[in-house]
Design a protein around this ligand. Sequence first.
Ligand SMILES: O=c1ccn([C@@H]2O[C@H](COP(=O)(O)OP(=O)(O)O[C@H]3O[C@H](CO)[C@@H](O)[C@H](O)[C@H]3O)[C@@H](O)[C@H]2O)c(=O)[nH]1
Ligand SMILES: [Mn+2]
Length: 750
Amino acid sequence: MNCPKKLSMAKSLPLYEKLIIKRPTQRALDIAIFILLISLVAYRVLLMYNHGFSHLQTIAFLCEFWFSFVWFLAIVTRWNPVDFKTYPQRLLKREVEYPAVDIFVTTADPMLEPPIITVNTVLSLMALDYPSNKLSCYVSDDGCSPLTFYALNEALNFAKIWIPFCKKYDVQVRAPFMYFSTPPHHLHSSTQFQYDWKTLKVEYEKLERKIKEAEENRIGWHEESGIDLAAFSNISTKHHPSIIKILWENKEVSDELPHLIYVSREKSFKHHHHYKAGAMNVLTRVSGVLTNAPYILNVDCDMFVNNPQVVLHAMCVFLNSKDDLEDIGYVQTPQCFYDGLKDDPFGNQLVVVFEYSARGIMGLQGPFYSGTGCFHRRKVLYAQFPHHTIYFLDGKASEQELIKTFGYSKTFAKSATYAFKDQNTNTSGYPPKGLLNNNLEAANQVAGCGYEISTSWGSEIGWMYGSTSEDVLTGLVIQTRGWRSIFLALNPPAFLGCAPSQLVASLTQQKRWASGFLQVLLNRRHCPIFGTLFGKLQWKQCAAYLWILTWGLRSIPELSYTLLPPYCLITNSSIFPTVKERAIFIPIFLFIIYNFQQLLQYKETGQSIRAWWNNQKMGRVNTMCAWLFGVWDVVLKFLGERETAFEVTKKETCSEINLRHFTFDESPMFVLGTTILLLQLIALFIRLERPGSAVLEVVCSIWLLLCFWPFLKGIFMFGRGRYGLSFSTIYKSVAIALLFVLLCQTTTMN
Ligand SMILES: O=c1ccn([C@@H]2O[C@H](COP(=O)(O)OP(=O)(O)O[C@H]3O[C@H](CO)[C@@H](O)[C@H](O)[C@H]3O)[C@@H](O)[C@H]2O)c(=O)[nH]1
Ligand SMILES: [Mn+2]
């Protein structure tokens, strides 16, 4: 950073501050729940001590012990909530040279991720409030699609009028589809504005139409487009050479357009491409030889910029003070969603998780890396340690060492040594001026699919391989080296994305996360426990990682616990204290206080009671259906049966979203959900026929029935397309439920 001496940094105001949030009620409730959980566990122990061993009690004991453990982790995670406030105005006053930022956007499939969505993301990024000559936008296209390429080209033409418009009128939402979805709010201000607004809207609609027509594959669009699509002809998306095209080069003018580069990495049947992590590593290298900015911002193709000042905010953290110990590795913004369905019917907007758990983690070593909306220091991705103490490779590393780590490209090795150098001499990246057009050859080389063989990519440097949640794994590795991170919850939110708007997509995403997390937990090289024992991961941070990484595993105790009430009702036994026992208050209070706390959290975050109920219901469905299958995927992988694939989430433009109903398909996840529902029905029916003393068991069963109610609707909607469950799902579920009843009866006979 070229900071003039006269401007004494020490005296100037800080660029960001940490604010402690006090939540005494939440803490008290957390503790109360923990004490009740422990009491329940103690109750089981005493019971078995007095009445001897019982299978039923042992299962309950194990489950409740596990719930207490997870609750403990949750308390540690959210005990110290904090907030960070950044002051970009102060940064603007300091006469500093802004560092360059390389922006990465990933897209993988033009069918699941319509190009118009990607185009909007790219347009919003190119229009960021930051000197354009310091920004380079790289788009990775794993679908190697001429359509995406064409859409980007068209978008570029539109960008030439869109970006000046945004800057002139200080537009807040810079994704055109969003901007034009509402009438301009100062339409009446000036005739010039009205005129510009209308012109831009017409132009945007033209762009939309062109992309749509190409999508519908109107004959001749290839030729008519006037764009050279030869590189895309006669290739398979899974097997093709790398295609790198510089769509726009900024000629060092700060109010022009930023660089725009299209990258489709080489793919071959012989080499594993490692999904998103692989794409990110290619982008890291390609940008390394072309622009080599000291900071990297990455966003998914569906996350547009909602706060154009976000880069300035992030720089407030990175450039705060020269005297600061440089130990902040990345700055993460929360995943917020636009046009979320009312009352969060599929429980995937994660508002409460972000407000409570993420804020808590902010008070520890810092947020997990969550894959999108994150700024990294480049050298952090090259495995450097904080505080300039130890370099993964010191500045004097031999060429051989560099090549062994970073691969055979000499151009890249050289660029990496620049990245390691002090930030002070490296504000605009290497080479300091312009895009190195001559380096396209090197760029193609480092985008090759065999480039990483026997290098450290994916194991020590870059994005880590081995988990479909590459984001959490990569963040863990960084924090294990001692880096801290900072969470930037801006208002308005920095980025807005699109949450899956249908049940199947949502469950698939949950399944992938659960299996990805488990893969991190079981990773021999980098797991949080080793990170704390042998690395620099703080123990509380380790607890927070364990809290999230055990998501998938939670399905097993939860499913077992769910089977207990129907088992009791069918066999006329009991698992909870009876009305006559004073201990009955433990589960009752637990139930009341827990749900009260949840409700309070939904209220505090401005959500409805309905949203609470939907989330609590979907919590059960996600855990027992999606997460269980996530675990199953990992088991299969261990048995060598199959590779866990990264299934891309389907993105829909908001106009398509009108479904609040559950929709089903043939997935075995639905068999499980339906079986759980049927079991509760059977159990309650039996109980009606033969009243007994078990009361809480009945309550639990009814509660579960309500949670799985959409499946009952699914049965009734049988035969009505995707709103109903399929015949095969229903008969499989009936068979399993009957088998369970039969098993219950045989165990009682013995
Ligand atoms: O082979 C692949 C597969 C995916 N992607 C991209 O990865 C991103 C995330 O994929 P998506 O299907 O949207 O997954 P989500 O579950 O919505 O993503 C969340 O979870 C992922 C890890 O599970 C993180 O990587 C993401 O950043 C985070 O938003 C998208 O931009 C994809 O285009 C690729 O580039 N190549
Ligand atoms: Mn996504």
